[in-house]
Design a protein around this ligand. Structure first.
Ligand code: GDD
Ligand code: MG
Length: 336
């Protein structure tokens, strides 16, 4: 099976971390989001994949020069300009030559344990042009809402409905099985949204189906969900991976609780790190207090500084000693 992985978005909600790396190249407990996604695809029978690249494409190519991730042969399709989700899938599928057989398309910022092989089987049983994986969420307004009939046929595709107006709590979980005929709905070089144009057209033709499956699922696109997806790997919610890299240093008298400390990072004496992510090469100065916050790679947190409430510190940023930040982005970034 072959797959198109969408990784070209700007990652706006994760700035400043995404000023230096695209969202899918951010680490999730030491392994990039992309590698975690590709590993699950490989488990489901995918052997070849194309990345639909737009923003900072060279970062992907430089990090995976072998052209292989988790045993999956990779292609890199760089869009001349952002083509939106549907245009990007069409561009990348044509680039890689995935035009003659059923293929998978997915949002590269979704972390899940979905059984891809089972989804493909269900798609074949429906016999439609496309099959979407659905997951239940509490607030569907940030997602594509997808009501289905009792045979699995999609009745409507409503992208980001106003709060309180969604007809269902089951949302588009971002993984699709598509027939190559769907490419005809994505004309070459045209900007088109799969959620706002392609799927609604397929619904009108009665050719779109969906499967409800409520296993582990997180869209890691916001600081809050990005933090959750990482901490869930170390706190037993999803697995119990080691939370502190083998070559990180925790000095005597420092406290680290429910947190991730990346490769080469240093937590100095008397510092406390609680519910937080300290990325590779960062240093937390003596007596500093980091609560529910993300410290980006190689950042320096001055002694006795305090970070709380999802403060996000960018790559190599220096935070002044004894300064205090709550819910801040350092450096500050313009709102979306
Ligand atoms: N190549 C390319 N070009 N990729 C893009 C572009 C583009 O122009 N625009 C977005 N992407 C990529 C992003 O990098 C991401 O992997 C994926 O497409 C989805 O974009 P997001 O910006 O993360 O969308 P979202 O999270 O608001 O909503 C989408 O995902 C939800 C599930 O997580 C939609 O598909 C919703 O319907 C869905 O519920
Ligand atoms: Mg997303």
């Amino acid at each position: 099976m072959r797959a198109v992985v969408l990784v070209g978005g700007f990652g706006t909600r994760l700035r400043p971390l995404t000023l230096s790396a695209p969202k899918q190249m951010l680490p999730v407990n030491g392994i990039t989001m992309l590698e975690r996604v590709i590993t699950n695809l490989a488990r489901g029978g995918v052997t070849e994949a194309v990345l639909a690249l737009g923003y900072l494409p060279e970062v992907f190519q430089e990090n995976f020069p072998s052209g292989e991730i988790a045993g999956v042969k990779m292609h890199y399709a760089v869009e001349p300009e952002p083509l939106d989700t549907g245009g990007a899938i069409g561009f990348a599928a044509r680039f890689a030559g995935f035009t003659d057989d059923t293929f998978i398309a997915l949002n590269g910022d979704v972390i899940n344990d979905l059984d891809i092989a089972a989804l493909v089987e269900q798609h074949r049983a429906f016999g439609g042009e496309g099959t979407i994986h659905l997951t239940p969420v509490e607030d569907p307004s940030r997602f594509g809402v997808v009501p289905i009939d009792d045979r699995g046929r999609v009745e409507a595709f409503i992208e980001k409905p106003p709060a309180g107006e969604a007809p269902s709590n089951w949302i588009n979980a971002g993984t699709y099985v598509l027939e190559p005929s769907v490419l005809d709905r994505m004309p070459e070089g045209e900007k088109v949204s799969i959620e706002r144009a392609v799927f609604p057209d397929m619904v009108a033709d009665g050719k779109l189906f969906a499967v409800q499956a409520d296993g582990y699922w997180v869209d890691a696109g916001t600081p809050e969900s990005y933090m959750k997806v990482a901490l869930d790997l170390v706190n037993g919610t999803r697995s119990s991976e080691p939370a502190v890299a083998a070559d990180a240093t925790i000095e005597d008298g420092a406290t680290v609780e429910n947190s991730i400390v990346g490769s080469g990072a240093v937590i100095e004496a008397g510092a406390s790190v609680i519910g937080s992510m300290i990325q590779r090469g960062a240093r937390v100065g003596a007596g500093a207090k980091i609560v529910d916050s993300i410290v980006g790679p190689n950042a320096l947190i001055g002694p006795a500084a305090e970070l709380s409430e999802l403060t996000v510190v960018g790559d190599s940023v220096v935070v002044e000693a004894s300064s205090s930040h709550s819910g801040a982005k350092l450096p500050d970034v313009p709102k979306e």
